[in-house]
Design a protein around this ligand. Structure first.
Ligand SMILES: *Cc1c(COP(=O)(O)O)cnc(C)c1O
Length: 405
């Protein structure tokens, strides 16, 4: 049995894809992804590192000097990974990914801490999630721990120059991606795939002045549906969603609040998870977000970290609830003065306060403390998680990348 056929069940990161080599390619003798076999082909042409402002205004994502690639074939398994100069790929026009969107990816960041160290945030969860996505789109799975080692390898090589120690508070964006490369027309699981990892600059998104403003999705568009693949980070979820942000309704708004079903269940804000803090009818303060069980939403690492953190009651007595909730409930709560805060979470936006939601011409306005530029609870969560990202607090969620002195 080829690795593509390995069942990886569950979208909840609490019950992730199987771990370790033993979980893969049952009964198969094809080669596993093995980070220790990496072949180094260093660039002879180190490029100039742009400052943050230049990097963020470029029309093209500026990537670091190197990337890591690994080829998979159904017959032989994973070849030795290579670290090589960042540059164009060569794939045939008939490649599976170009015709049938056999693609999945991850998004994470490496953060330059106040202490000068470079850290990843819970990278194991991203690596496990890529397996969940890969199995949904008929691409091979692999040992998540090996993938994590490859990410660390790329960053130990390019991190010191591209995000030097004097850029504390900065980050590099890391994009691991898996594509079906078999050069054959026909709708079937690809027998060849390419995994690669690149690192580069993306703009900071966590603070819109005055908060993020959401517009609900148009009535005739859905992002994801039950039985679909909203829980998987596969390209097919994102290309078709972009159209929702086009048109005059988006004037003055930043992202779409994706509603689902006749009742208008609140699912995600753009490509981020969506949270509301409100007073329940019984007077209790509650942090609420959409559930994972119907596989509509992506199980964000940031989402999970917020939930785990608030459940530990570290910022006061707040109930944490994962359940379906509708736009109608938000309007009702607004009319009763029960909405306290709202925010979006994800690696791109980190934790981004939301100040307004417009639905069918009516607005929900959410207060934002002008000093904190967030609600009080949002601000606390953001501070605690930010302290872990940037090494101000020592926590097992922050994984230090070894670098040469
Ligand atoms: C990536 C993503 C998120 C956020 O996930 P993080 O792991 O927190 O970065 C949320 N929703 C969608 C649709 C996403 O693609």
């Amino acid at each position: 049995m080829a690795p593509t056929a390995v069942p990886v069940s569950g979208t909840q990161l609490n019950s992730p894809a199987p771990k370790g080599k033993e979980a893969l390619a049952n009964g198969s003798n094809t080669a596993q992804l093995d980070a220790s076999k990496i072949i180094y082909k260093f660039t002879t042409n180190l490029r100039a590192v742009p400052d943050e402002a230049t990097a963020n205004t470029s029309d093209e994502t500026i990537c670091t000097d190197h990337m890591i690639t690994a080829v998979w074939r159904a017959s032989t398994g994973w070849e030795a990974p290579e670290l090589k100069p960042y540059g164009p790929l060569s794939i045939m026009p008939t490649a599976s990914v170009l015709n049938y969107a056999t693609e999945c990816f991850e998004g994470m960041k490496a953060y330059r801490g106040d202490d000068g160290k470079l850290r990843l945030f819970r990278p194991n969860l991203n690596c496990e999630r890529l397996n969940v996505s890969a199995s949904r789109i008929s691409l091979p799975t692999f040992d998540a721990a090996e993938m994590e080692k490859l990410i660390v390898t790329l960053l130990s090589v390019d991190g010191p120059r591209w995000l030097p120690k004097d850029r504390a508070g900065g980050f590099l964006y890391i994009r691991p991606i898996l594509i079906g490369t078999q050069a054959r027309i026909g709708v079937h699981a690809p027998k060849e795939a390419l995994f690669y990892i690149m690192a580069g600059f993306i703009p900071r998104l966590d603070s819109y002045p005055g908060g993020m403003r959401l517009h609900t999705s148009p009535d005739d568009l859905v992002r994801a549906w039950v039985g679909g693949y909203g829980y998987a980070k596969i390209g097919a979820n994102y290309g078709p969603s972009m159209i929702a942000k086009q048109g005059p309704h988006m004037q003055g708004f930043h992202e779409i609040l994706w509603l689902y079903g006749d009742k208008g269940e609140c699912t995600e804000a753009g490509a981020s998870n969506f949270f509301v803090v409100w007073k329940r009818k019984d007077g209790k303060t509650e942090l609420i977000t959409a559930p994972l069980d119907d596989k509509l939403i992506l199980s964000g690492v940031t989402r999970r970290s917020c939930l785990e953190f608030v459940r530990q009651k570290l910022i006061g007595d707040i109930e944490v609830t994962e359940r379906k909730f509708t736009i109608g409930e938000l309007f009702e709560a607004q009319a009763e003065g029960r909405i306290l805060e709202s925010f979006a979470t994800g690696t791109g936006f980190f934790i981004c306060p939301i100040s307004q939601i417009r639905h069918r011409g009516q607005d929900i306005m959410i207060p934002i403390d002008p000093e904190l530029q967030a609600g009080e609870i949002t601000h606390k969560i953001k501070t605690v998680l930010g302290d872990i990202l940037y090494g101000r607090a020592n926590h097992s969620w922050g994984v230090v990348i070894p670098e040469k002195e």
